[in-house]
Design a protein around this ligand. Structure first.
Ligand SMILES: *[C@@H]1O[C@H](CO)[C@@H](O)[C@H](O)[C@H]1NC(C)=O
Ligand SMILES: *[C@@H]1O[C@H](CO)[C@@H](O)[C@H](O)[C@H]1NC(C)=O
Length: 265
């Protein structure tokens, strides 16, 4: 992690360039992927099989923001960890706290207030975004609202169900309803290598200033999906509260993997 100890000289140089211009020092990307995640799949997939109710706020029964990820076309990878010393301040996103609790919720176990997740996302992706912390979170939330995936799906008859299968083609067709966009659909498999496919994430291409939805510069349309996909229900009211006493240790992979999952996206 960028937060690990660095040589004092590097730290000093980092401070220097930071104080001159955070912009010039950090731009290494061409566009963003806005990654939206369906919690119904996150909470039902295996091995990530259960979720817990956050200790603050109420998660929305809707797509969550996972991250706004800067992407470099030349390297074919997301750009991560651009700060030598990463500093996340909750104060800077205080005005957004309701939206963060609703749409950027950490439903992993044990129950937690989400602060660790936001810090992880900021340190992993935000520091590379050429945006300030408050603007980074604000833009990502605004873009999520603008896209409004759930209503687009609903309009096309695609609603959460534990039994129904939807064609991937139908899902992609519905996504064409996002003006100016092209998207990448990502699925998760019930048993890792076999079983049903679950709709998991939608990656939407965003301009490098994080202001508008764009047509993706990279031709890639699906990740790990079959031709028939389930869209599992998610009811935040059913999430159990857990103190963590009987749960797995904090380092458990069940923690919302802001960085661990598909670094190439
Ligand atoms: C980085 O941010 C600065 C300040 O907002 C802006 O002037 C500049 O155009 C940005 N650079 C890119 C490549 O978006
Ligand atoms: C992408 O990464 C390469 C290698 O680090 C770098 O040379 C290039 O300038 C980056 N592209 C952009 C648009 O920043």
């Amino acid at each position: 992690m960028a937060r690990s100890k660095a040589l004092p000289l590097l730290f000093f140089l980092g401070l220097l360039s930071f104080s001159f211009s955070p912009a010039i020092a950090t731009i290494k990307f061409n566009f963003f992927y806005l990654t939206l995640m369906w919690p119904g799949t996150y909470c039902n997939g295996i091995p990530f099989n259960k979720c817990c109710r956050p200790t603050a706020g109420t998660p929305a029964p809707d797509f969550f923001v996972q991250a706004l990820k800067p992407y470099n076309i030349t390297t074919g990878e997301t750009v991560t960890e651009c700060a030598i010393e990463c500093c996340f301040s909750l104060k800077l996103v205080k005005k957004l706290i309701d939206d963060l609790n609703h749409y950027w919720s950490d439903v992993s176990c044990p129950s937690n207030n989400g602060h660790r997740l936001w810090e992880d996302v900021w340190c992993t992706y935000g520091t590379c975004s050429n945006l300030t912390e408050s603007v980074y979170f604000q833009r990502a939330l605004a873009l999520r609202a603008q896209v409004n995936l759930l209503s687009i799906f609903k309009r096309n008859g695609i609603v959460p169900s534990s039994t129904k299968y939807y064609s991937l083609k139908g899902i992609q067709k519905a996504l064409k309803g996002i003006p100016g966009s092209s998207t990448v659909v990502e699925c998760n498999r019930q048993w890792l290598f076999f079983g049903d496919y679950y709709l998991y994430k939608i990656h939407i291409c965003i301009s490098s200033d994080a202001k508008s939805i764009i047509s993706c510069p990279i031709k890639k349309s699906t990740i790990n999906c079959g031709s028939e996909v389930k869209f599992l229900p998610f009811d935040p009211r059913e999430l159990p509260v857990s103190t963590g006493a009987h749960n797995m240790p904090a380092a458990n992979p069940i923690k919302m993997p802001a960085a661990a999952i598909d670094m190439d996206m």
